[in-house]
Design a protein around this ligand. Sequence first.
Ligand SMILES: C[S@@+](CC[C@H](N)C(=O)[O-])C[C@H]1O[C@@H](n2cnc3c(N)ncnc32)[C@H](O)[C@@H]1O
Length: 236
Amino acid sequence: MVNDKFEKVADSYSKMFYYSPYYMLLAELLEKYLGQACHVLEIGIADGIVAMAWERVRQESGNKRPLTYFGLDPVERMVEVARERSDTMNIKFLPSVGTISEAIQISQLVRDTPLDGLIISRVLHEIFIQHDLDHEKLFFDIKRILDRKHPKIVVLGIVNRFIGLTKDETERFISEQIKEIGHGHDPAKEYVDQSLLDEFMIKNQYKIVDQKKISQPLNGFDPSPWGETLTVYELS
Ligand SMILES: C[S@@+](CC[C@H](N)C(=O)[O-])C[C@H]1O[C@@H](n2cnc3c(N)ncnc32)[C@H](O)[C@@H]1O
C-alpha cells in the first residue's frame, strides 16, 4: 500500500518536523482565521502534528474556546499515536482511520456537524500520486467535502511544484530528500500545481484571504527547490 512509508515513521513523525517553521506558520494562520471556530476537520493528520502545533499557539494566546477537531488518516499507527496525544490536549481532538474519499461517511458526528474549517496540510501530493497525477481526480476528492460541508475557511498547505531542474538535478533532489524524510518525489511531476488549486477553489466560490511561502533548505541547492505554500481560502 502507498502508505507503507508513513507506517514506518509513525512513531517518529513529529520529532522529525515539529520545530519546522512550516508548522509554526500554519499554526499561526489557524489561530488567526479559525481561532473562533467550534468544529474543524483535518485530512491526513499523521500523528496529530498540526493539532499539536495549533494547541501550543492556542495555549500561548490563552484561547480557551471549546474546539472539536476531527482528524483522519489512513495509517492506523499514526492514528493510534494521535489518539494518545489527544489525551494531553485541551481541545477535543478526535482522530479516526480513513482517507479523504471517506471523509464524510467516516462518522455520523462528522456527517451531522457543520464545519467551520477544513485543513489539509502536505497531503495533497500523496492523494495526487494515488490518483496517477490527475489533478481533476484530486479536486473531485476535495469538492466532495466542500459540497457537503461548506466549511467557511479552508487551509491548504502544499509542497510546491518546482519546474526547471535538469535530469541530474532531479535525481540529486530526490536522493537528498530521501536522506531528509525517507522518501523523495520528482518536484516537477509529483506535486500539485498551486495555480490550478487556486483556480479550482475560486471556481468553488472560495476567495484567497492569505497566502504564505516557506522555503526548506536542501543540501547542495541554493536556492532550494523545496518549499511549501500555505493558503487560507474563505467561502464567498
Ligand atoms: C507528508 S504527511 C503530512 C502529515 C501532516 N498533515 C503534516 O502536515 O505534517 C502525509 C499524510 O497523509 C496521509 N495520507 C496519505 N494518503 C491519504 C489519503 N488518501 N487521504 C488522507 N490522508 C492520506 C499519510 O498517511 C500521511 O500521514
